[in-house]
Ligand binder design. Sequence first.
Ligand code: SDX
Length: 440
Amino acid sequence: MSKTKVASKNKTAKLTIDNKSVFLPIYHSTEGESVIDITNLHSEANVFTYDPGFTSTASCESKITFIDGNKGILRYRGYDIEELAKKSDFIEVVNLLIYGDLPNKAQLKKYKQLISRHTLLHDQIINFFQGFRRDAHPMAMMVGVMGALSSFYQDSLDINDAHQRQEATRRIIAKASTIGAMAYKYSIGQSFVSPKNNLSFSENFLHMCFSNTAEEYKISPILAKAMDTIFILHADHEQNASTSTVRLAGSSGANPFACIAAGVSSLWGPAHGGANQAALEMLEEIGTSKNIQKYLKKAKSKKDPFKLMGFGHRVYKNYDPRAKILKNICQKVLKHTGIKNDPILKLAMDLEKIALNDKYFIEKKLYPNVDFYSGIILKAIGFPPEMFTVIFAISRTAGWTAQWTEMIEDPIQKIGRPRQLYTGNKHHKYGYKRSKKNTR
Ligand code: SDX
């Protein structure tokens, strides 16, 4: 991918420290914030920048996804998420994210065949599942089995070979769905159900999860569309924690399966992809709208670690556009599954209304994010909360592999190796008196 950052002709940033000035180039983006290039800062001024959590740091140049947090905009390769959710399907979006533009009909047909031909797993991988306890979290199986794939597909590990990179990407996207379904079946004690190549990606996932040896799952077009939209909405999101993890792992030259396993691990956290499970469990704990104020008080208290799960976002200081789409899907899915006036959905909508009018949430610009409504839909489709983050991971393999490919093909990419602000002990000789309080 050609790097096309546009250096500003007449603008540089001047940084003056102890009367010494350093001039740093400014690059303009196509949309959104410009950046100050600090690559030479350390060599010229012998200082580092300091930005824990990377709140003001661009780690790379990318053409894949654009987010405007203030306006609540999300675009994959320039296309608004609202349009893609309505008009596209998940595998077309995967192709868009990886190759940069929408495929034509013939390209899409071929790509769908390629992906469906990679959904099967090597038979010996089944043994990996036997090693887990039945009550293991399905994300533990996703992490373990995804990383193990590198030992089965040794003909797609060479990251410097474009064909092998493509093969690895297709295998990861196709097999993540099968592994996720197997993790679910294993956790409920049912035998695994093989993928069917005549089904769409989302239909296949529902089939592998909900069919069993005695009965074929009857795939409802409404639920299949809802599943596909959920996959589209979770596919990529710029340089979030798990994508940055994949990029950092990939920057060392690690094989693609290992990098994606690292991404799965990072996504699992409740502050990130694990929030969809945590949000539903939180709603079930709140129980009724009468308890909302009690939990809002906890969320606002500095002394209480409780956070309103599914609320807030590092980038969105406005409504997460994905949450808006999911809120609408909620109604459709609940109606279709005959869940009239679902108390949890009613509670979620009451909670949203009260929180959005609360001074604390308004001041801190905390809005519902992608994880607030997704769990309600997934539960109505039939998934247990432990599967919610697995479904997020299956979808995010699209973004992870697209971003990983972009990084590997970036001519200026090098191993990621941040520095630190060191505030530890100064040099002292062995035998130095340790501090009195022995906290070991
Ligand atoms: C995802 O990055 C991505 O793009 C992620 C994602 C993707 O698609 O990849 O969008 C997916 O991870 C969505 C986020 C899911 N997580 C949650 O819903 C968990 C609950 N949310 C919070 O943990 C929090 O909002 C984060 C982690 C999402 C964002 O944290 P930040 O940007 O580091 O913000 P912060 O923690 O510094 O919060 C700023 C202030 C703090 O108060 P002060 O210290 O300034 O007084 O807002 C408060 C926070 O305490 N705050 C919350 C809150 N979220 C932030 N207070 C109560 N409830 C919350 N949910």
